[in-house]
Design a protein around this ligand. Sequence first.
Ligand code: FAD
Length: 454
Amino acid sequence: MTSTRQTITLIGAGLNGPLLALGLVQRGFQVEIYERRPDMRRVRMSAGRSINLALSTRGIHALKKVGLWDAMQKIIIPMKGRMMHSVTSELTFQPYGKNESEVINSISRAELNIALMNAAQSQGVAIHFQQRCAGIDFKTGTLQLRDETSCDERPVDCAVVIGCDGSASAIRNEMLKLNRFNFSQQFLDYGYKELAIPPGPAGKHALETNALHIWPRGNYMLIALPNMDATFACILFLPFGGPDSFERLTTPSALDEFFRSRFPDAVPLMPNLANDFFANPTGAMVTIKCSPWHFGGQALLLGDAAHAIVPFFGQGINCGFEDCTTLLELLDQHGADWKTVFREFEVARKVNTDAIADLAVENFVEMRDRVADPRFLFRKKVELALEAKYPQLFVPKYSMVTFHRIPYSTALNRGRVQDEMLAALCDGIERIEELDWERADQLVRTSLTPLEHS
Ligand SMILES: Cc1cc2nc3c(=O)[nH]c(=O)nc-3n(C[C@H](O)[C@H](O)[C@H](O)COP(=O)(O)OP(=O)(O)OC[C@H]3O[C@@H](n4cnc5c(N)ncnc54)[C@H](O)[C@@H]3O)c2cc1C
């Protein structure tokens, strides 16, 4: 435990801010969070990008570390696998993991955010709402805060500031003005739209509850995640332009025709489709990479502010929460030597956040296209068979990312080796009984080293 009562300033009370704040107060720091939005517990508002999240092992580990995971049990719905909906309305279920313990958890972003803010405040964190960070002077350590109601601006001293202010980070924008700051942003040509499936008859979920539903259609897809109130939060991922695209869906009749021909079994479940579609904004998706993430021991970027990723591996917040775990562990190791902690943090995380950024882009193709391919489903079966036989050597890429805390960079590199191995083993066969186990044994043992599982 660190005994100092040094004040740490966080920008952003989204998901990472309050979680990190909890870890910091638990180590004896005083924490002030400045958040530009109003308090969502008092003002009805959209929870922001995507109303649901899939929470998995890395996020759960971080929540356990700050003592919050048990309380989450009331607001999560385990999803055991993908339920694929074909264009002829056939259903195919594919488990995510090797057994029922390997699930991902659907959680409402707003409820998670509220639980985190409640816990942080109850342990002494001060959250100041409608206070926008309008700039920072790194030389003097002064934040410029704008009150969003009065538009008044005031300076606030901050010896240590951590930007948890998301993909459009104001702190990162200030770092951009510094010498030799590297920055790249890559937008997808796809947008997303949030839609909803209301409760079915008798107030129950209208589709299988414990699954993530996917309507994969090659170049685009619809997904649905269950909510506690028996609704499903849906997201349509579609190109911005081209034949099947947002630019073509400009009238209710075009939308109706598109959904009836592409997602026929979803249409009767979505009575408010046109309202939702035309009322909700079309979101963009971006990968952001930058460095350095810190300015000496004074300022740090964390979560989406440092590394926004596209949502197709369901890892954005799991990765951000893992950032928090790493930062807190480094604090335990080095004490309040912020310069060292921030430097070590970037060394530990950057290679891994770059890796999950690439994995997330790759997984888009898998989700929207390959999950509908019988060859892909067969490969998944082979993967699970290899994992059962060689649990220390072969862990499927999806599982390394989702059900373990194996570094993302290791998952990326081993995943590539394993992909080649699978291609060789699955070539020309259609049933698991035909698998050449001698060859599998030789490939696994020569290409893969034992994994440290966590
Ligand atoms: C469509 C979609 C689906 C997703 N699905 C998943 C999923 O299934 N699983 C998963 O793990 N991740 C998912 N993500 C990613 C996840 O949403 C993000 O990684 C996560 O929200 C990042 O948390 P954060 O705290 O870093 O940023 P945010 O959650 O964006 O929070 C930033 C906060 O900072 C505040 N802020 C911004 N600027 C300022 C300022 N100048 N001054 C003061 N406050 C400011 C904002 O109001 C906000 O409250 C998804 C993302 C999208 C877009």
